[in-house]
Design a protein around this ligand. Structure first.
Ligand code: G3H
Ligand code: 13P
Ligand code: ZN
Ligand code: NA
Length: 306
């Protein structure tokens, strides 16, 4: 069944783990994630970005997730990732999403508060929860590009949550979107996270840009004709540690892309005569499943939590 995230996050907070929020763009990705979550009996958030809606089409992506809901009794939340304005959030709320993000991180503080509040009002009247964002992540998304990150100010975070009534808050403490997160040593500002957690007790914190960029996939892709250079993500131990604080939702997209691409490149290199998409999409789907299962078990700590 389709669920919200309120109870999911309350338990994650109490028990010191995080729920994985995985970006979905096509059938194979959805199937791989679903298999992993089911085997692990793990709470799950499937999230859809504006890019995903453009790629697959709003109707297709929605129907694919409905298929997942119909085939299993596994509970999952359907979340809009990085909603840019009130209108997109409204569309998704009206279209049956159980959770939406309004991303006003590029706006000034007051403007971010004003629109977040508007989304919260509309969403709450309809039983939908709202994630907001304060602070800015560096990195690339289809729709937002930021050179520099601005870490979340703890005092502002408290004021923001009080004034908007949002249900969860994405913060900036050193993660970033994409495959090139750190040039030197990877580090997150745990002092800041701890401060925010202490000042907002029991309030769910969200970490975007939390792919680990597994080196096995980078090496595999590069070995079989790829050129993705020295990509680097958030080390798993740091994510594990973040999950024991107030972090209840950890966003992962890049690792899905890398897993599929690495395995497909290898498949093509080893099977130059193959041309049936099922021949390479099947191992790609399997790679997504194994990667997600590993995260759930060893990084997020949310196995057997449903
Ligand atoms: O936050 C960014 C996500 O990875 C979604 O990326 O907008 O290219 O689908 P996208
Ligand atoms: P990654 O690019 O680290 O996978 O982050 C995904 C994300 O934050 C989606 O909102
Ligand atoms: Zn994000
Ligand atoms: Na947690």
């Amino acid at each position: 069944p389709l669920t919200g995230t309120k109870e999911m996050f309350a338990r994650a907070y109490k028990e010191g783990y995080a729920v994985g929020a995985f970006n979905v763009n096509n059938m194979e990705i959805i199937q791989g994630i679903m298999e992993a979550a089911q085997e692990e009996k793990a709470p799950l958030i499937l999230q859809v970005s504006a890019g995903a809606r453009r790629y697959a089409g709003q109707t297709y992506i929605k129907k694919l997730i409905e298929a997942a809901l119909e085939e299993t009794d596994h509970p999952l939340a359907l979340h809009l990732d990085h909603g840019q304005d009130f209108e997109i959030c409204k569309q998704c709320i009206d279209g049956g999403f159980s959770s939406v993000m309004f991303d006003g991180s590029h706006l000034d503080f007051e403007e971010n508060i004003a629109i977040t509040k508007q989304v919260v009002e509309y969403a709450h009247e309809r039983g939908v929860v709202v994630e907001a964002e304060l602070g800015r992540l560096a990195g690339v998304e289809d729709d937002v590009h930021s050179e520099e990150s601005i870490y979340t100010d703890p005092d502002q975070a408290v004021e923001f949550v009080e004034r908007t009534g949002c249900d969860s808050l994405a913060i900036a403490i050193g993660t970033s979107h994409g495959a090139y997160k750190f040039t030197g040593e990877a580090r997150l500002d745990f002092e800041r996270l701890e401060k925010i957690t202490n000042m907002l007790p029991e309030f769910p914190i969200v970490l975007h840009g939390s792919s680990s960029v597994p080196q096995e996939f980078v090496e595999m892709a590069n070995k079989y004709g790829g050129d993705i250079g020295s990509a680097k993500g958030v080390p798993e131990e740091l994510l594990r540690k973040a999950a024991t604080y107030g972090v209840c939702k950890i966003n992962i997209d890049t690792d899905i892309r890398l897993a599929m691409t690495a395995v497909i490149r290898k498949h093509f290199a080893e099977n130059p005569s193959h041309f049936d998409p099922r021949q390479y999409l099947k191992p790609a789907r399997q790679a997504v499943k194994e990667m997600v299962q590993h995260k759930i078990k060893n990084v997020l700590g949310c196995s057997n939590k449903i």
